[in-house]
Design a protein around this ligand. Sequence first.
Ligand code: PEP
Length: 263
Amino acid sequence: MRDVIVAANWKMHTTPADAGELATTIAARTREAGVTRVICPPFVCLAAVRDALADDDPDVAVGAQNVHHELVGAYTGEISAPMLAGLASWVIVGHSERRRDAAETDELIGRKVGRAIDAGLRPILCVGEQLPQREAGEQEAVVDDQIAGALAVLDPARLVPAGLVVAYEPVWAIGTGRNASGVDAAAMAVAVRASLARAGIVGGAEAIPVLYGGSVTSANIAEFLTEPSIDGALVGGASLKPDEMAGIVARAGITARARGLAA
Ligand code: PEP
């Protein structure tokens, strides 16, 4: 049975002075058997969060929000996968805000996933359509292109063993307060796995956890987690609020127990 995962994307919030305390507060409020928790702070806060959690709750994983597609070189301001050793064990790749602001292409995102895997980082590959694409009924084709484009530069035999996770995040739902319906998100999770299978993933697309992301809160998380094809959430704005995270992870705990994951 696939893992149940709640990943917190703190985006460009927190500082090294306050990130550790927020991480331990969230950790203490989200102890739920069978739920994998990941906190992804800004790069400069990774060490503070790692240190705070190591003392407090080593079960919470630390993730980065991006990684460069090269190992080393003249890339001012960038961070490579080997640089994250000891700081993070997960990484978000291809978030729509980076596709938008840094013009990241599917091929580049695929290379980032490859670098992450080489460095032993567990990648969360983000995909999702824009609002006009959804309105035109193109969402499955868009996501299929994104997955095919990223996987074209990857060895499909490495993805299941590396623990690849896909986050379906419709762009129109990110930070807008307008979430997808559970039914629509579930249909997209099924479509994501069909795309992974078409792209030739070895070991079974059914093994890949698919998260929903886009204005997830404690009030709407149940709508997603009652869907068997959805394995958790990538949470942005609400992930900075301990009360919200407590509610979201508590609901994830119900799914983990239903799946027999809570030992
Ligand atoms: C995200 O940053 O991936 C995200 C889903 O943000 P929000 O929950 O704020 O929509």
